[in-house]
Design a binder for this molecule. Structure first.
Ligand SMILES: Nc1ncnc2c1ncn2[C@@H]1O[C@H](COP(=O)(O)OP(=O)(O)OP(=O)(O)O)[C@@H](O)[C@H]1O
Length: 269
């Protein structure tokens, strides 16, 4: 479990995070949802230690990360896997070598054979057992994301952070990547945090969602609760999403249930 308490961060007087408090449970896909510029990436960078918050604390399974000894922070960092927005693969390395890279960095005691077995296991788990010898330039965007996931979980991560995992993917591939993240999270009891503004991801994998707006957490709940949320900013976000607009068109031609919900005046909720 990751506990975030009163995180605040400003840049040159611009208060980007205004006191975020939330909990990300183990074995769940925790989504950080919000529009552009609301501070999602800054929050993620503060949690993984790439940026120092001005105020607030972050705890990983009871161990305080912020302002703790370097050694303790490093131990926590070793348990963190990251899936970056553009996958961030090394162009000059094969798929196998990319996946092996964190093992070489983080687990120097592992033998070559152990590393090979682990890489083969991870590539198989993400459906890329035959792609180990390919170069990143030879594989699709969806496959690159899969390599990114294999690389993130290779060192047996306890915490997995995914920054916009669907960016640049077509809808069908996005769903497959979401499903993979969801399955891996539940299979290995990983605490997963996904930064997104994709409502598709919310309805597919949102075990727990926090909604951010202008540096504040305005709502949190589950995918089953989100359509009934009463926060005007969240309702506006949901009903302007392409998923809900498309569903509404279908709904208009059928029973009208979703349309009734969407057309409820924001001022009255
Ligand atoms: N290193 C930085 N220095 C100054 N300002 C920054 C820095 N990083 C982020 N910001 C500002 O913080 C605000 C929030 O940015 P952030 O990237 O967290 O938004 P976001 O919610 O992730 O948006 P998006 O979904 O578009 O990626 C923006 O106004 C951005 O310009």
């Amino acid at each position: 479990m990751i506990e975030v308490h009163n995180i605040q961060k400003a840049f040159d007087g611009n208060q980007v995070l205004k006191g975020i408090t939330c909990t990300f449970a183990s074995g769940q896909c925790n989504l950080v949802l919000g529009g552009s510029g609301t501070g999602k990436s800054v929050l993620l960078q503060c949690i993984v230690g790439l940026m120092k918050p001005d105020i607030g604390s972050i705890t990983f399974d009871g161990t305080t990360f912020t302002n703790n000894k370097v050694q303790i922070r490093q131990e926590i960092r070793r348990k963190i896997g990251m899936l970056f927005q553009g996958s961030a693969l090394f162009d000059s390395m094969t798929v196998f070598e990319n996946t092996e890279f964190p093992l070489k960095m983080l687990t120097p005691d592992m033998s070559r054979e152990e590393r090979r077995d682990r890489v083969e296991f991870c590539l198989k788990r993400v459906g890329l057992e035959n792609a180990g010898n390919k170069m990143p330039s030879e594989i699709s965007g969806g496959m690159k994301k899969r390599v990114g996931i294999a690389r993130a979980i290779a060192p047996n991560c306890t915490y997995l952070f995914c920054d916009e995992p669907n960016s640049g993917l077509d809808p069908a591939t996005s769903i497959k990547i979401d499903e993979l993240i969801y399955e891996i999270t539940h299979e290995y009891n990983i605490t997963t945090v996904v930064i997104t503004h994709d409502m598709n991801s919310v309805v597919e994998i949102g075990d727990h969602i926090i909604f951010m707006h202008k540096g504040l957490k305005l709502w949190d709940g589950t995918k089953d609760e989100i359509l009934g949320a009463k926060v005007p900013e969240l309702r506006e976000f949901i009903f302007s999403s392409s998923l809900v607009r498309a569903a509404k068109k279908v709904d208009d031609a059928t029973e009208g249930g979703l349309e009734a919900l969407a057309s409820e005046p924001l001022s009255e909720v």
